[in-house]
Design a protein around this ligand. Sequence first.
Ligand SMILES: CC(C)(COP(=O)(O)OP(=O)(O)OC[C@H]1O[C@@H](n2cnc3c(N)ncnc32)[C@H](O)[C@@H]1OP(=O)(O)O)[C@@H](O)C(=O)NCCC(=O)NCCS
Length: 158
Amino acid sequence: METKTPRHSEAVIADIMMPHHANGLRPASVFGGVILSMMDRCAGLSAVRYAGGQATTLSIDKVLFKEPIRTGQLVEMRARVVHVGRTSMSIMVDVFAEDIATGRRRHTNECWLTFVRLDDEGRPCPVPALMLETPEDHRLHAIAARRREHALAEREKG
Ligand SMILES: CC(C)(COP(=O)(O)OP(=O)(O)OC[C@H]1O[C@@H](n2cnc3c(N)ncnc32)[C@H](O)[C@@H]1OP(=O)(O)O)[C@@H](O)C(=O)NCCC(=O)NCCS
C-alpha cells in the first residue's frame, strides 16, 4: 500500500484582505466566512495532494476566532494531513495574519477539518497510509485520533 508523510500533504495559500472582505465593524475586520472559505480551500488542496485524487469536505470542526484580522493584512494558511482512516483524512490548518508594512505576524486561528477521498463515481475510496516522522506529527496525530473517536461516537448516537 502507498505510504505518505504529512510533508507530502503540505499546502499554503495566501491573500491580501481587501475592503470587500470586511464585516462592517469598526475598526474594519475581516468577515469570518471569508476565513472559513480560505480554510476549506487550503485543506482541500492538502487533501487532494495527499489522496492523489478528488476529495470532499466532510466536516469543519470548531473554529475559534481568537483575534480579529484587519483589512490590508496578508492572511496565510498552512494545511497538512495529520491523521487518516480508511477513506478519510483529518487536516489541520494554521492561520497567520501579517501586517505587511511592519512584518509583524500573528497566529490568529487553527482549524481541524475532515475530508473524504472520492472515486470517479463519487464514492468514498481508500487513501494512502500515513507515516509519522516527527514528535509534532505524533502529537497532532494523537489529538486527531481523539477527535475522530469523539465524532464517530456522536455519529453512532445519531
Ligand atoms: C463525504 C460523504 C461522501 C461520506 O459519505 P458516508 O455515507 O458517510 O460514507 P462512509 O460511511 O463510507 O464514510 C466515509 C468516511 O467518513 C467518515 N465519517 C462519516 N461520517 C462521519 C462523522 N459524522 N464523523 C467522523 N467521520 C465520519 C467515515 O468514518 C469514513 O472514514 P474512514 O473510512 O476513514 O473510517 C458524504 O457525507 C457526502 O457526500 N457529504 C457531502 C460532502 C459535501 O458536499 N461537502 C461540501 C460541503 S458544502
